[in-house]
Design a protein around this ligand. Structure first.
Ligand SMILES: [Zn+2]
Length: 516
């Protein structure tokens, strides 16, 4: 059986999750659901990054111990993932013992292999970004990232000899075009690697930071939070603990990450793996950000423009939010967020297009056939062939766009069929066929619509899973949707005549924009 292993980045718990996190989780979830639908054995890992200075600081500000603080922050994100139907197989926290042990084992192994050396480091440090900046990158004494004042610090630390892997990594990236996606990020990394690679400081002195994983060979240090965090992708599937599971799922098929952390995933992580003798992930895919307002700003706590996902879900529902996040942006680029755009997607694509197709079809099945799908009568019309041809092409289109994580493109292909079916209703005018007594033609038209709905429901199920489940019930399918397979979309005519529909409330009620 084919396997598929997908991860999100693990979210840093110094603040509550925002729609950027939702977007990443929803896209990974959609990908996982699509591969399950294909009949593959899927592992979807997500979790939280809980060590480091920012967490220690946020905990101190909240008057809690770091562990108490992280526990209190993890809870709302677990609730959020439940609301958003995020179907992860495991949730790893970097404070889990199973993770800490693996980080320490990886550190010890690389130490024994002579990959680390101890050295005094002197440099300009930003406590907020937890980063040192070389003098030549500085304009005065402020942090180039967050503009806060920098401190000059001298300390003894452990360094990882990244430089000796530089030529290998450049060659690897050049020979594996699928390793870093999209291509703009690949170019960014190759350009970064055209300069000499600095060795990576993988420790922090305990005198400055206690909240981290102790380094086994150096009692005065804890692990650098990024070294710790990246290891989650292997500790989460049982590296050194559950050989069978690890061998089944590793290498990861795709790490989904934000574009701001691509360097950690496309430079440091592959070198850590290479030095440890572990295979590299197949693809690291970097998505963009959701920008907000007319100045297209990044959401941030300090700007006070953070969108609260709980509020949105409460107001519009979980699937409309999922749909918007997946449909509104070309995955990999930045997207423009606004509530008006979300409402417009809900009213147009969901209420008008898919919602209407469902309601109109079910209403006609009730009206003309007492709530049971009619048997096809075998009349012929060119528009039937057009509808069937579009439906026949759909699985191939979905496979092609999902291979590129093109969620918006996949939805556009599905909506092409939905819109065609709505047009089919207009053109065929079943109400006229009924008046004219053209019973055979009427039953063919209605059957074709029921069959299109069955195919559409399977197609949208990775994107709007809760709604698809309801649609599946409404169109009268007896077996659970979870048992449906991608290949069920490929055959025309699988809806059994006499299937009893169960029309319910409209799934996507229109939002009245005038009332506000
Ligand atoms: Zn900074």
């Amino acid at each position: 059986m084919k396997k598929f292993y997908v991860t999100t980045a693990i979210y840093y718990v110094n603040a509550k999750p925002h729609i950027g996190h939702c977007s990443e989780s929803v896209s990974a979830d959609t990908l996982a659901r699509y591969h399950r639908l294909k009949g593959e054995e899927v592992f979807f890992l997500t979790g939280t990054d809980e060590h480091g200075q920012k967490v220690a600081k946020a905990a101190a500000e909240a008057g809690k111990s770091p562990k108490e603080f992280t526990d209190s922050v993890v809870k709302p994100s677990l609730e959020l993932w439940k609301l958003l139907s995020i179907s992860y197989d495991d949730f790893i926290r970097t404070t889990d013992e199973r993770h800490i042990e693996v980080v320490q084992a990886v550190l010890t192994d690389l130490y024994n292999k002579g990959e680390f050396y101890e050295s005094e480091y002197k440099g300009w440090y930003c406590g907020s970004c937890e980063a040192f900046y070389p003098k030549n990158q500085l304009d005065g004494n402020t942090c180039p990232e967050c503009k806060r004042p920098l401190e000059e610090i001298a300390e003894t630390n452990w360094f990882f000899k990244l430089s000796k892997y530089q030529d290998w990594l450049v060659k690897y990236i050049n020979e594996h075009p699928e390793f870093i996606k999209p291509v703009s990020r690949r170019n960014e990394i190759l350009s970064f690697l055209s300069q000499p690679l600095q060795d990576l400081c993988i420790s922090r002195p305990r005198s400055r930071l206690e909240w981290g994983i102790p380094i086994p060979f150096s009692k005065d240090h804890v692990a650098y939070v990024w070294f710790d965090a990246l290891v989650n992708y292997i500790s989460g599937i049982g590296y050194l603990k559950d050989k069978q599971k690890f061998n089944k799922f590793w290498p990861a098929d795709v790490h989904i990450v934000g574009k701001d952390i691509i360097r950690f995933h496309a430079v440091y992580w592959p070198i850590m793996l290479r030095a440890s003798g572990i295979e590299l992930p197949k693809t690291v895919f970097a998505h963009g950000f959701w920008l907000i307002g007319k100045d297209a700003e990044k959401m941030s706590k300090s700007k006070g423009n953070v969108v609260d996902p709980f509020e949105l879900i409460n107001k519009y529902g979980s699937d409309p939010l999922r749909y918007f996040l997946l449909r509104e942006v070309t995955y990999g680029l930045d997207g423009a967020y606004s509530e008006a755009a979300l409402v417009s997607r809900l009213n147009t694509d969901l209420a008008n297009d898919i919602g209407n197709l469902l309601n109109r079809t079910l209403t006609m099945i009730e009206k003309y056939y007492g709530g049971k799908v009619p048997s096809p009568a075998g009349t012929k019309d060119a528009v039937d062939d057009e509808l069937k041809a579009l439906s026949k092409d759909l699985p191939g289109k979905i496979d092609a766009s999902m291979a590129e994580l093109d969620f918006a493109g996949t939805l556009a292909s599905i909506w092409e069929l939905i819109n065609k079916a709505n047009k089919y209703i207009e053109v065929q005018a079943p109400w006229t066929l009924d008046k004219q007594g053209k019973k055979d033609r009427l039953s063919d038209v209605i059957y074709n619509l029921a069959e299109t709905l069955r195919i559409v429901t399977i197609a949208v199920s990775p994107f709007i899973p809760a709604s698809a489940e309801k649609m599946w019930g409404q169109i009268g399918m007896a077996a659970p949707l979870s048992g449906a397979r991608f290949s069920d979309m490929e055959g025309w005519g699988l809806t059994k005549p006499d299937t009893e529909i169960r029309k319910g409330a409209p799934l996507f009620p229109r939002i009245d924009t005038k009332a506000k």
